[in-house]
Design a protein around this ligand. Structure first.
Ligand SMILES: *[C@@H]1O[C@H](CO)[C@@H](O)[C@H](O)[C@H]1NC(C)=O
Ligand SMILES: *[C@@H]1O[C@H](CO)[C@@H](O)[C@H](O)[C@H]1NC(C)=O
Ligand SMILES: *[C@@H]1O[C@H](CO)[C@@H](O)[C@H](O)[C@H]1NC(C)=O
Length: 657
């Protein structure tokens, strides 16, 4: 019986394996399809977007002047229902960029009446075909609405050369539709960007700053400028800005948010540079150069507001990348000769170029920084004076866990979850291992306990703490290989601190491996984007994000739950002080989640504080922890959570020293 079962299972696995390797994303034949549009120019009818001739276009009406104004839309009737997962929009051939779509929304429908948004965003002004991938849905109609032209914000024209719609085919058979599983969250929509977001930060206005490198789609060299953008979750649109005034190609940087919500970006391609984005003035300014040039270093904001920095041999020379610290008040970097990089090296086959990369740092009490990995050895760094280093033991039976994740999900209790990672930076099998580290007094060994391992081995994944204290680990791949999406984990997992167990959630549509990022958004959804940044001919560039809606926001039928709301709360609070909060309904708990930043698996800014309220009904008070090493000053999101576990939208609160 056992033999038979395992034999059947093996056959089934083989069969699944064959299905996986032969299924493909295929453009559906457009024979018989029709298109309509809000307007068209004679000779540029909507059907021209379906005719297979990229030189013939649909163009919105522009004669006699003035042209038909934006938004303009084109809708396609596929004449039958398909299980679709991607739509491509080919702009008119290069040479004339009039009407190329910039801002846009892509919707689908079964009946031509009720429309669901599957993608929204902003395309760059270029002639490449823009293929938008999303979680498979059933549809007969698709509609593309242009909200701005790509080349400038004045023109009212819209043009499209070709539209194609894709479904998944196994052999010659369309893959059957599988609805998302109830209770496992939803990948709601795809956001298109004009660049690959390889680095992101939440901003004090609730928008998301993102950047790639000197180019939108590739990196290399110290070019002195960076392609950036700001995504606005309220509109789905992104602005674009080439930042050159700081002479800093900010690819592969360290990132930290200071006490004022400013984004401190260090090193990378221009390895000695420091650039600061201040959301208050929406401006980038150059700051002092670091004492040691670095790329792939990590930084962490300390309890006194200075920013600790260590490692980073990917750029600026190899080895000897001991600690240094930035004082934002005096704009100076000072070496910490006693903060040694040697105890935090992994044993990477790539040598020190790889072994001092991407430290898992946490600013903690009394101006210390705890380094939880990726080396199996953990360390304390004291940032006072010239700094000291104190060993903190090993993560039990873990190995070196390069490009794994470490997430402080309960700061007052000193709790950090670690997950995944691999022995070497590349060409290495990732692990499923997960541990809970509990910090106590600085410079004493923390306790480490193994928790359930993930189902999927992951390196290059991202970890995001959610308002309820669960930890969402998403993306990555089981064999780490930069610039490849093979072995990508499409199924995210949610770790429950109460049970110490992982739950698999619904799969995303787009692999997120090397150069992918994920952060919590103020509305308690998760932004997961990027991946690739490997050149125009590379197939693994992901100019997009998918938005994940966690189970706590959904009813059993997939519709959104009604959420509690925070009606009033102060926008600033001191550490140790009491916050008074009014809500629209009874809630059972509150939490603060510090703003996140992410690049290359590192997010040293996010951390969560659970808050136990006094009060009842619609009026509560909570006390913010008094230690700045725990309630690290800066910008946080305050969530109210009711007894069903449903969080409010987060209120942006500045915690001050
Ligand atoms: C494609 O469209 C262009 C522009 O309308 C036209 O000049 C050309 O003849 C078309 N090519 C074919 C093969 O129909
Ligand atoms: C779908 O709706 C559009 C806009 O209302 C209309 O022009 C078009 O004829 C409709 N298509 C079908 C097949 O009903
Ligand atoms: C949680 O809040 C939502 C929205 O207010 C509500 O539908 C749900 O019933 C609440 N659950 C409890 C137990 O209060």
């Amino acid at each position: 019986m056992t033999r038979l079962t395992s034999h059947v299972f093996a056959a089934l696995s083989a069969c699944l394996y064959i299905r996986a390797v032969t299924s493909a994303s295929v453009a559906i034949s457009r024979t018989g399809w029709t298109a309509t549009a809000d307007s068209f120019e004679t000779g540029n009818e909507p059907a021209k977007a379906l005719d297979g001739n990229a030189s013939s276009l649909w163009h919105s009406k522009y004669t006699p002047a003035p042209p038909d104004t934006l938004p303009n839309w084109i809708a396609v009737d596929m004449k039958a229902t398909f299980n679709i997962h991607a739509i491509s929009i080919q702009p008119r051939p290069s040479g004339n960029s009039n009407g190329r779509i910039g801002g846009h929304k892509i919707e689908i429908s079964m009946d031509n009446t009720s429309w669901q948004t599957v993608a929204i965003g902003t395309f760059n002004n270029d002639a490449t075909t823009k293929k938008t991938t999303f979680v498979t849905r059933q549809a007969r109609y698709i509609k593309v609405t242009a909200t701005s032209e790509a080349q400038n914000s004045v023109n009212q024209w819209t043009s499209v050369a070709e539209i194609n719609v894709f479904h998944d085919v196994t052999g010659s058979t369309p893959t059957p539709y599988t609805a998302p599983v109830s209770g496992k969250g939803l990948w709601e929509k795809t956001i298109n960007f004009p660049l690959v977001p390889a680095a992101v930060s939440l901003l004090t206005n609730g928008k998301v700053l993102m950047w790639s490198a000197f180019a939108r789609d590739t990196f290399g060299g110290a070019n002195g400028f960076t392609q950036t953008g700001i995504y606005d979750p309220a509109t789905g649109q992104s602005s674009q800005l080439e930042v050159a005034n700081t002479q800093h190609d900010m690819f592969c940087p360290g990132i930290s948010l200071d006490f004022n919500g400013r984004v401190i970006v260090t090193g990378g391609s221009n390895a000695a540079k420091t650039s600061i984005y201040d959301p208050a003035g929406n401006a980038w300014t150059g700051a002092s150069n670091m004492q040691i040039a670095r790329g792939y270093q990590s930084t962490a904001t300390c309890s006194d507001g200075r920013v600790f920095n260590i490692g980073g041999s990917w750029s600026g020379g190899s080895g000897g990348k001991n600690g240094e610290i930035y004082d934002p008040t005096s704009n100076t970097w000072s070496l910490l000769s006693g903060a040694l990089v040697s105890p935090m090296l992994t044993a990477d086959v790539g040598g020190v170029f790889r072994s001092d990369n991407h430290a898992w740092l946490f600013g903690w009490k009394s101006k210390t920084v705890f380094q939880a990995g990726p080396s199996i050895a953990m360390n304390w760094y004291d940032t006072v004076g010239s700094g000291t280093t104190t060993g903190a033991g090993n993560r039990l039976d873990d190995g070196h866990a390069m490009n794994g994740n470490a997430i402080m999900y309960d700061a007052p209790a000193g709790k950090i979850l670690t997950a995944g990672g691999a022995q070497n930076y590349e060409d290495s099998d990732a692990r499923t291992n997960a541990y809970v580290i509990t910090l106590g007094a600085p410079k004493t060994n923390p306790t480490v306990a193994k928790t359930q391992s993930m189902t999927y081995a992951r390196g290059f994944a991202n970890g995001v703490v959610l308002p309820d204290g669960t930890v969402f680990v998403t993306g990555g791949q089981s064999r780490v290989k930069p610039f490849q999406d093979a072995t990508a984990a499409l199924i995210p997992e949610l770790w429950n601190p109460g049970t110490g167990t992982w739950t698999q959630l619904n799969p995303m549509a787009i692999p997120r491996t090397y150069h992918s990022v994920a952060i919590l958004l103020p509305d308690a959804t998760v932004f997961q984007g990027g991946g690739g940044l490997c050149g125009a001919s590379c197939a693994f560039n992901h100019f997009d994000a998918e938005i994940f809606v966690p189970p706590y926001l959904l009813n059993a039928d997939g519709t959104r739950r009604t959420r509690p709301t925070i009606n009033t709360v102060a926008s600033t609070v001191n550490i140790g002080a009491t916050l008074s909060i009014t809500t629209n309904a009874a809630v059972s708990s509150f939490s603060l989640v510090r703003f996140g930043t992410a690049t290359h698996t590192v997010n040293t800014d996010q951390r969560r504080i659970p808050l136990t309220p006094s009060g009842s009904g619609t009026s509560y008070t909570v006390v913010v922890p008094s230690d700045p090493g725990v309630a690290l000053p800066g910008y946080w999101l305050l969530f109210a959570i009711n007894s069903s576990g449903t969080p409010s939208v987060g209120k942006i609160i500045k915690v001050t020293l």
